[in-house]
Design a protein around this ligand. Structure first.
Ligand code: ZN
Ligand code: ZN
Length: 415
């Protein structure tokens, strides 16, 4: 088989992988937007002949690893005749998120898949999705088999989150492969070992005990982290309050603390911005009105932790003025520090600081540390390794020596 990285040999995010069998069956893995170092991901048009071009179809299927915009964000530009395979919850989270951030959801028909169940494309390429640990719910790796060769595409992965326990078992099941395409976000940071989500839980207890009221700034789709803070709130007996976006995501997934199911101490806060007339009527009837019954007047009656967004500054000010809360309070910044470069974010954090709300940092990466990458290499023992989703391939060469194939975007590799 032949591999080309159409985009992503030298950048983090926005990676597109093309795999072609000897008979000419062609698939694509991931079709995402470029990440920019700020809070809003800007959409960039990308034309790929036969994939985005609606006149002719040169590809047989597109597979999506997970719901982050840098892997799925351009999905609506794909030719309607090409099958898109996307896991059910991944599509659900992507569509909910799109509604909240003002993007177009996936409206066309897509095909779904189940983990560990192979899919055959034109009886030529066999592709098996495996559930993997990442900061996006139900992320997967793909094992691609064609022409008697095996290739593993990792997508984004790690093993220090809540699903880390299954990592070793999964890669042992995959066994020996000929080639590995791995994400290498961590190469530029060269972190040997990241904190686990369980270690973050212990750290969060200390912060929850230090302050009465806690504000939390994290991605609403980082489900592992929602669970971490929920456990900390239960342990320190604080009310747990989700903003509308977080509440909608959590209540659409099974077994995640949310105000709709009967979780102890979970309630909902709907920001004033959702009551403005400028909100589209479908948004109000789909999300705001049905969720209103989960608002609780007693949510602020005792110490609390609450998920917030930069757009909620006025709500926070009102809470401080009207309800006399947030006296001994902090904001836990719990996501990638790069988002602080965004002006809106910077202004928000500065304003909170003026209100006397302390900033605490508590985060662990969604990406594999070096130890995990080495473990993967040891178990599946590929002859060649193609690093993508990285801005430092030199570290890859130090770690994996001459197995690393250093290619530019669109260059061919025969496996
Ligand atoms: Zn990514
Ligand atoms: Zn990701």
């Amino acid at each position: 088989m032949e591999v080309r990285i159409l985009k992503g040999t030298n950048q983090i995010g926005g990676c597109i992988t093309e795999i072609t069998s000897n008979k000419g069956t062609k698939i694509i893995i991931d079709f995402g937007e470029d990440l920019v170092g700020d809070y809003n991901i800007k959409k960039q048009k990308l034309e790929i002949n036969g994939l985005t071009n609606h006149k002719s179809k040169n590809y047989d299927a597109v597979f999506i690893t997970h719901c982050h915009g840098d892997h799925i964000g351009l999905v609506n530009d794909i030719n309607n005749e090409i099958d898109i395979y996307i896991e059910e919850k991944t599509k659900l989270i992507y569509n909910l998120t799109s509604d909240f951030i003002g993007k177009t959801p996936i409206l066309r028909k897509t095909k779904t898949f189940k983990f560990n169940r192979p899919i055959l494309i034109k009886k030529d390429i066999k592709i098996t999705p495996y559930l993997v640990d990442h900061s996006a719910f139900n992320s997967c790796m793909f094992l691609v088999e064609a022409d008697g060769k095996k290739l593993l595409h990792t997508g984004d992965y790690r093993n220090h989150g809540r699903k880390g326990k299954i990592f070793l078992e999964t890669i042992k099941k995959i066994g020996k492969v000929d080639a590995l395409i791995t994400e290498g976000t961590t190469f530029s940071k060269n972190v040997t070992k990241y904190k686990t989500e369980d270690e973050l839980f212990s750290d969060s207890i200390e912060i929850f005990q230090k302050y009465d009221d806690i504000l939390i700034l994290q991605s609403s789709t980082n489900v592992d982290r929602i669970v971490t803070f929920y456990k900390a709130a239960v342990k320190t007996k604080k009310n747990f309050i989700e903003d509308l976006f977080t509440g909608v995501i959590a209540s659409n997934l099974k077994n995640i603390p949310n105000p709709v199911a009967s979780y102890r101490n979970v309630s909902l806060f709907i920001s004033n911005k959702y009551y403005k007339k400028t909100n589209p009527p479908y948004f109000v009837s789909k999300y705001v009105e049905p969720m209103e019954i989960y608002k609780s007047n007693v949510a602020f009656a005792k110490d609390f932790c609450m998920f917030v967004k930069p757009s909620m500054l006025n709500d926070i000010k009102m809470l401080k003025n009207k309800k006399h809360k947030l006296k001994n309070a902090c904001i836990i910044y719990s996501m990638w520090e790069g988002y602080k470069k965004d002006l809106k974010m910077k202004r928000f954090l500065d304003e909170l600081s003026k209100l006397g709300i302390h900033e605490e940092f508590l985060h662990t990466s969604g990406h594999a540390d070096i130890k995990t990458m080495k473990l993967l290499e040891e178990v599946i023992n590929p002859q060649i390794i193609i690093p993508i989703h990285t801005d430092n391939k030199e570290v890859a060469k130090e770690i994996f020596k001459n197995k690393v194939i250093d290619i530019k975007d669109k260059e061919k590799v025969i496996i």
